[in-house]
Ligand binder design. Structure first.
Ligand SMILES: Cc1cc2nc3c(=O)[nH]c(=O)nc-3n(C[C@H](O)[C@H](O)[C@H](O)COP(=O)(O)OP(=O)(O)OC[C@H]3O[C@@H](n4cnc5c(N)ncnc54)[C@H](O)[C@@H]3O)c2cc1C
Length: 489
């Protein structure tokens, strides 16, 4: 007899990590799985929103991974979707950087960069690179130190500083060097120049930053996740509860006993009625800060204080429908220009022509990064739409009069911030959470790890494999999740 049959598994969050874990556990048909999601749709940051005949991701999401397991999983989920006109298409990446009214190819192309910067600036960049190779910064503490050591200060200030500070809202010398080493590891000016000239011949070994093809579901990134949800729901013992926000996590004797939620669609009436979910195991992707603050009883003050210091950067996307086709050939345009607030423009039509029902329209998604307690965050939708239109015209991309309409999306915790003290605070939180025997942490905010969908999924595979692998052992509560957390943080 299977003594663990019908144990209650709660997964918090129906983003890529939560859905992957739900999928892997529910397919064993041994447990009751309930995925609790505060949003009205699945997909988390990787969802797709339909508006007036156009489809918008939260910043277009490309599917790219070095993991065969993830790639096979994606393709398997998308099987059968082509019958519905939703193929998993393979695209060649085209991305540029906008700087001083010039578009630079990304990854850098030697001639293009020199012509764009001008011979003098190009020469100064090379001098600054030689200088840093001769006298590198010895104590690398910040993002600025790390990138300057790889590229020289001049190229850092042109191609990294403005955009990075827009994303993070803090000075580059206050951002931990971890972020650079995770995002652009294995990449340096010498590699950039090498690949700029000889990249064609060495594509297979190119660093991920330079990968030039990726996959995309024809009807939007979020459709892969809604298909995953459909497959999970085919199992009678699995459910996904939308509009259900986790606000309290009751625990006793180092075990989580139950989870309290409220229905976010009920508005002001929601707080009068809580739902309690009794659980045997919990897989969480909610932000670590919120997880700690939801614990009942609360941990000691030092843990609460560390959790409160974990910060997040919010993202506003201004999604516009333009009455024109072929606006630009780019998938993404990085805006390295201080004179406008937007950080990136995503052209949804270049991911798939099916992102716009009207073939003469283009769906553009403009990304604005902001802390949620700032004046910028509190701007009205009308003000933000107007700002987007003005800035698109200012960079010479679209005439304001061609913009038909648009809508605003806000994500409160789009980026876990890697400030200089985050590691210290994270360790305090992590060490405290290790005491729980039936809690598994996964995903981007669930681990406070700036990662893409594939890495969020790998953390879910890791958690579920350890859970399922250890399940038949005698002492199930000593399952390998402690090791799992250490590996991922
Ligand atoms: C602008 C932008 C562009 C990106 N582009 C790419 C890309 O091109 N390719 C790529 O691979 N990745 C990309 N990413 C990263 C990708 O979005 C994430 O890696 C991925 O979504 C992480 O999955 P997750 O499940 O860990 O977290 P999330 O997607 O954040 O999902 C977590 C879920 O938990 C829910 N939740 C949170 N708190 C609670 C609570 N208290 N109760 C109930 N539910 C809760 C949230 O609503 C959310 O649905 C991008 C991210 C951003 C912001």
């Amino acid at each position: 007899m299977d003594e663990f049959k019908n144990k209650n598994i709660i997964v918090i969050g129906a983003g890529p990590a939560g859905l992957t874990a739900g999928f892997e556990i529910s397919k064993t048909k041994r447990f009751n799985v309930n995925i609790l999601e505060k949003d009205k749709v699945v997909g988390g940051l990787s969802k797709t929103t339909v508006y007036n005949g156009c489809k918008f991701d939260i910043g277009p999401h490309h599917f790219l991974t070095h993991s065969d397991k993830v790639e096979v999983w994606w393709k398997k989920v998308m099987e059968g979707e082509s019958k519905k006109g939703n193929k998993f298409i393979h695209l060649k990446r085209f991305t540029r950087i906008y700087y001083k009214r010039h578009f630079f190819h990304y990854p850098l192309q030697a001639l293009d960069a020199i012509l764009g910067l001008g011979l003098l600036e190009g020469f100064l960049c090379v001098l600054s690179y030689i200088k840093i190779r001769l006298f590198p910064i010895k104590k690398v503490e910040s993002f600025q130190d790390w990138v300057t050591n790889q590229f020289g200060y001049r190229l850092f200030s042109i191609f990294f500083k403005t955009y990075t500070e827009k994303v993070w809202g803090i000075n580059c010398n206050q951002i931990s060097s971890d972020w650079a080493s995770e995002r652009i590891k294995g990449f340096s000016l010498s590699k950039a120049i090498f690949y700029a000239f000889f990249g064609k011949f060495f594509k297979k070994n190119a660093p991920r930053t330079l990968a030039d093809t990726f996959y995309y579901p024809e009807l939007g990134a979020g459709t892969l996740w809604s298909k995953t949800a459909d497959i999970i729901l085919e199992n009678n013992n699995s459910q996904i509860t939308l509009n259900e926000k986790v606000i309290q996590i009751k625990h006793e004797d180092k075990n989580i006993k139950s989870i309290l939620t409220y229905n976010t669609s009920l508005g002001v009436h929601a707080l009068k009625k809580f739902n309690e979910h009794i659980c045997d195991f919990v897989f969480s992707t909610m932000p670590l800060r919120d997880l700690i603050l939801a614990l009942d009883p609360l941990p000691e003050e030092i843990v609460i204080s560390a959790a409160n210091k974990l910060s997040y950067r919010g993202l506003i996307t201004v999604n516009l429908i333009v009455n024109k086709k072929n606006i630009c050939p780019d998938h993404w345009l990085y805006i390295h220009e201080k004179t406008v607030e937007m950080g990136r423009v995503g052209n949804m039509n270049n991911f798939s022509l099916k992102m716009s029902d009207n073939k003469n329209h283009t769906a553009l998604s403009l990304e604005y990064f902001s802390f949620v307690d700032s004046d910028f965050w509190n701007k009205s939708d009308t003000e933000l739409l107007e700002l987007g239109k003005i800035e698109l015209e200012k960079i010479g991309l679209v005439n304001k009069n061609l913009i038909l309409n648009g809508m605003i999306l806000r994500e409160h915790e789009a980026y876990p911030v890697y400030d200089k003290n985050y590691k210290e605070n994270l360790n305090i939180v992590k060490n405290y959470l290790l005491k729980f025997n039936n809690l598994y942490l996964m995903g981007r905010n669930g681990l406070h790890q700036y990662n893409n969908m594939d890495i969020a999924m790998l953390s879910a595979f890791d958690a579920t494999e350890k859970f399922l692998g250890n399940f038949d052992r005698e002492n199930i509560y000593l399952a390998g999740h402690k090791k799992n957390i250490e590996l991922n943080l």
